[in-house]
Design a protein around this ligand. Structure first.
Ligand SMILES: NC(=O)C1=CN([C@@H]2O[C@H](COP(=O)(O)OP(=O)(O)OC[C@H]3O[C@@H](n4cnc5c(N)ncnc54)[C@H](O)[C@@H]3O)[C@@H](O)[C@H]2O)C=CC1
Ligand SMILES: O=C(O)C(=O)Cc1ccc(O)cc1
Length: 366
């Protein structure tokens, strides 16, 4: 299969690496990025097989093209590409908003003489990091990958994309574009705005001694991690999901106003209930519990903040034939001592890893 990837940052770079991991023999990836350094880095890494010199002709042989740029760029790229793509080419994107892009491209395709398909996509995974240097081959594992087909998208087109998504370890889920935008405004876009506004609150209220900055730890760092995300990506997301964001902002304001009322009234019972109801609901979100058939076998282990400590743990597990599926530093910890999250293949590997690491005096958490 010949695959095009336009935009080789965190998401596009990760996609290229993930496809290469599972399809190395029978995939040929042509990449393009307006940033020459990202394009060259992806090529030198072997994540892509060819560097497109331009955005148009270079993709004419592709069966599937993924657009992995800021959402504001997607429509223009499809418009430029369309005259050059092969008949029956599948074009998809991975942008965080769907309704605007899908509606505009639907109109474009309906007035075009070219028979090509567009299916909106959105992997529900990522991080506050950005750029090709942060791309990993395992980003999509066990993540929901939302698809928002057009009303006339043929089943076989959807089937091809679903299979590709499953091969990179993600879980395809079909939604309407409008419901997608409502859902992501609520669970992702508004939380990003809240995180950035909390950072502004500290910045604007700190004194010359910077005490607020020095004291902010634990909960503040947990809730504001995503404020470190790429501003170009997030301003583009907000503009593209303006209607749903305004709606959900209004509902959020009602909750804040309710809280303010309880506080002004010194209503201890309602204040208690406010925190308790949130606590109970929050505790029903299990980390990594995305899909019943994709149980994650993971443990967390304290790693010293010194060179070689991660390698020692990885070597230890490898010596005992324990295959590591995923490994990463947990960001949302109160202290900086470093907790390493390790995902293994199955329950037997998890028990063995626990035994081996305990024997070597590592502290383990689940
Ligand atoms: N960051 C995240 O966690 C997630 C992001 N997304 C979506 O993925 C898309 C990409 O985001 P990231 O990879 O995080 O951003 P990024 O900033 O890491 O990468 C974007 C890349 O697109 C390139 N680019 C920009 N304009 C271009 C153009 N006209 N032609 C070719 N390349 C161009 C940039 O040079 C950059 O390398 C966005 O639409 C975002 O909404 C979706 C899920 C998660
Ligand atoms: O880092 C995080 O927690 C994220 O929220 C990543 C993310 C960013 C944008 C998306 O559209 C989906 C996921």
């Amino acid at each position: 299969m010949r695959i095009g990837i336009i935009g080789l940052g965190l998401m596009g770079g990760s996609l290229a690496k993930a496809i290469k991991k599972v399809h190395a023999q029978n995939s040929y990836i042509i990449g393009y990025d307006t940033c020459p350094d990202s394009l060259r880095a992806a090529y030198e890494d072997g994540a892509i097989d060819d560097m497109a010199a331009d955005r148009q002709n270079a993709f004419s042989s592709c069966n599937v093209i993924f657009i992995c740029t800021p959402v504001s760029r997607t429509y223009g790229i499809v418009e430029d590409l369309l005259p050059y793509v092969a008949t029956d080419c599948i074009i998809t994107d991975i942008g965080s908003t769907k309704y605007e892009v899908v509606t505009q491209i639907d109109s474009l395709l309906k007035t075009s003489t070219k028979r090509a398909y567009f299916v909106g996509g959105h992997p529900m995974t990522g991080s506050e990091k950005f750029g090709y240097s942060s791309a990993t081959s395992y980003l999509f594992e066990n993540a929901y990958y939302l698809l928002t087909p057009m009303s006339d998208t043929p089943d076989f087109i959807l089937f091809i994309l679903q299979k590709m998504i499953e091969r990179i370890g993600a879980i395809p889920l079909i939604l309407s574009a409008s419901y997608h935008d409502f859902a992501t405004a609520t669970i992702s876009h508004l939380p990003h705005i809240v995180a950035s506004s909390l950072v502004h609150l500290v910045r604007e209220n700190d004194g010359d001694n910077c005490h607020l900055h020095a004291l902010a730890a634990g909960g503040f760092k947990d809730i504001t991690r995503i404020a470190s995300s790429n501003p170009a990506i997030w301003s583009s997301i907000c503009l593209s999901n303006k209607e749903q964001l305004l709606k959900i902002f209004g509902r959020y304001q009602i909750i804040l106003d309710r809280f303010l009322e309880y506080l002004k009234e010194e209503d201890e019972g309602e204040l208690y209930h406010f925190f308790d109801a949130a606590r109970i609901y929050r505790n029903t979100f299990k980390e990594g519990d995305t899909h019943s058939s994709s149980k994650i076998y993971a443990l967390q282990v304290d790693a010293k903040d010194e060179p070689g400590s991660i390698a020692s743990i990885a070597n230890l597990l490898s010596e005992h034939h324990i295959n590591i599926k995923n490994i990463g530093i947990v960001n949302d910890r109160e202290f900086e001592a470093g907790v390493l999250k390790i995902v293994v293949e199955n329950k037997a590997s998890l028990l063995k890893a626990t035994e081996v690491l305990s024997k070597h005096h590592y502290t383990i958490y689940y």
